[in-house]
Design a protein around this ligand. Structure first.
Ligand code: D5M
Ligand code: FE
Ligand code: ZN
Length: 542
């Protein structure tokens, strides 16, 4: 086979990662005109995560291009009876994994959890919590919510090699008590000696003791208190949110009376190369307009709308803006906090919504708008929030370029998977995790990505509904994670995901002044979807 320059680059790319490629796979690659490096990278990451042999076959390429009918969701074989996997844990209400029938275009990428296909030239809603809202009742509802959280998190863990070794807490306790007895009578338990012991569960309690940091986890078969003595582990524990899922490796030492942590793992997201659009198109990310508030920056927002309609400044960018994401708090609402009326210019939410409709209708119709609610908007307050109900927003629904979605949701913009979440839980995250602050909300957003949950902490300021399914688990890894709520612009990147907090269009409120929150309003974040490069356009000095 003659190897052209591109192929030789791909071969050296693959071999530099310690992999090999079958000649048939190379033949296939030759005919691909898409982003082959990205496709290959995805295959390598998948193989590494699944601990598969380090050779790329033609089947791998076909699967990646979605030419094969084979499902991407493989079941876990070889699981011991006492290991936990979503497939042998005794639950019946497991989330269905759906797969849309195959298409042949190379430009389709496969969404790694749901198997849905994503078009790189167009847009669609990947998931919308609005469509799955099905609240349970009272205590039973919460039992089901946490069961779903545990189940989905376990599914994420089971993709890791170590995840297949997770044992049930009930079995671990038995194993330890047996070997404690054995070691007391000097009989060696062979099983205990050479085994790696992993457990996983939701963090129920964190206790800082004199010499150790103890955490209690719950895996639905029991509670286990584990002690960490090493400083690195203690630091890691301090960064955990309550109620998030973790995996723990226990020290295999029958002489200890307690359970000692050897390693700690968050679900986290894998390091990877994110998806990009094929052509230079832009998305504008904004949030927290607070229309109706005395502090809404009407003139700056009008300037932003003028800019979207102009062909003057940044003409190159403006002409390529294809999407606008509005991440909640469209209006200031009424009765959201005590004495809010003193801060309102428009004292009823209908006139606030009328005002909002007028402004939104100025967005050029060729720009597609995705709009989710925040805690100030009309409709249910508890998470997940349904889309702003039609009865309050009839005229916005009738605008042809606006799609109203629930909070959270995930959209595809020309192949770029964007998770939109207003960010209510950032308050609890910042309040409870040391080192975080309102001036750097992207750091708190990274904690959410690491925990693979949008609102892990239960029972504090963020209201959470007793849903049958926990829709706040981050099952699908986003290319862009977009939030607002804290009114501070922050852009960062985490393991290939662009993390954006899009600030606000409201100046500092008396409450924020009292809290020491200094907002950075009047700025729009603009992202080139073909490079994921972010730009800030500041309308306060435009
Ligand atoms: O929230 C904007 C930010 O300010 C967010 O971090 C919460 C905080 N905030 C603002 N007002 C209050 C009140 N009254 N109580 C608690 N926290 C508050 P936003 O959703 O825009 O109001
Ligand atoms: Fe807000
Ligand atoms: Zn908010």
């Amino acid at each position: 086979m003659t190897v052209n320059l591109n192929l030789s680059k791909i071969i050296s790319f693959i071999t530099s990662r310690g992999f090999q490629i079958h000649p048939d796979a190379l033949l296939l690659i030759e005919n691909i005109r898409g982003e082959i490096f990205q496709i290959v990278e995805e295959i390598l990451i998948g193989k590494r995560d699944r601990n598969e042999p380090k050779i790329i076959s033609s089947e791998d390429i076909r699967n990646a291009l979605n030419l094969s009918k084979q499902s991407t969701c493989t079941k876990n074989d070889n699981i011991n009876n006492d290991t936990i996997s979503p497939d042998n844990f005794d639950y019946d209400n497991r989330a269905n994994i759906e797969r849309v029938s195959e298409k042949t275009a190379v430009e389709l990428i496969t969404n790694n959890t749901t198997g849905l296909e994503i078009n790189r030239y167009s847009n669609n809603v990947i998931y919308d919590s609005n469509d799955s809202i099905n609240s349970g009742e009272g205590v039973e509802g919460y039992v089901s919510l946490f069961r779903s959280r545990f189940d989905k998190s376990l599914r994420i863990l089971s993709n890791r090699p170590d995840g297949k070794r997770i044992k049930k807490i009930g079995n671990i306790k038995q194993l330890f008590s047996q070997s404690r007895n054995n070691s007391a009578s000097n009989v060696h338990s062979k099983e205990r000696n050479d085994e790696l012991l992993f457990v996983a569960g939701l963090v129920m309690e964190k206790k800082l003791k004199k010499n150790s940091y103890n955490i209690t986890i719950d895996d639905q078969t029991g509670l286990l208190e584990v002690s960490a003595y090493n400083d690195d582990l203690k630091k890691q524990i301090s960064l955990l949110a309550l109620d998030q899922m973790i995996m723990v490796e226990l020290e295999n030492n029958a002489k200890r009376k307690n359970y000692v942590m050897k390693n700690l793992y968050s679900l986290d997201i894998p390091d990877r190369i994110s998806n990009r659009a094929h052509s230079e198109v832009y998305a504008v990310l904004i949030s927290d307009l607070h229309i109706g508030s005395k502090f809404f920056m009407e003139s700056e927002f009008q300037m932003f709308l003028d800019w979207l309609n102009s062909s003057g400044e940044h003409k190159d960018i403006v002409s390529k803006i294809k999407y606008i994401c509005i991440c909640g708090d469209l209006i200031d609402g009424i009765g959201i906090f005590p004495h809010q009326d003193k801060e309102l210019l428009e004292k009823d939410s209908y006139s606030q919504m009328e005002h909002a409709t007028k402004l939104l209708s100025r967005i050029p119709k060729h720009m597609k708008v995705f709009l989710i609610p925040g805690n100030h908007d009309l409709g249910r307050r508890a998470l997940p929030q349904p889309a702003i109900p039609k009865k309050y927003a009839d005229r916005i629904y009738s605008l042809s370029n606006i799609t109203m979605l629930g909070n959270p949701c995930m959209i595809n913009m020309d192949g770029v998977k964007t998770l939109m979440f207003h960010g209510q839980s950032l308050d609890d995250t910042i309040a409870t995790i040391p080192g975080l602050s309102y001036s750097k909300p992207a750091e708190a957003m990274k904690i959410l990505l690491k925990s693979r949950h949008l609102s892990p902490i239960y029972g504090q300021r963020t209201p959470i509904a007793p849903e049958v399914e926990d829709m706040m688990v981050i099952e699908e890894i986003p290319d862009i994670f977009h939030s607002g709520h804290v009114h501070v612009i922050d852009v960062d990147s985490y393991k290939g995901t662009l993390v954006v907090n899009s600030g606000a269009w409201q100046t500092q409120t008396p409450f924020q002044r009292a809290m020491g929150i200094t907002p950075t309003p009047g700025i729009a974040i603009v992202i080139n979807l073909s490079t994921l490069k972010p730009y800030q356009i500041n309308f306060t000095n435009f």
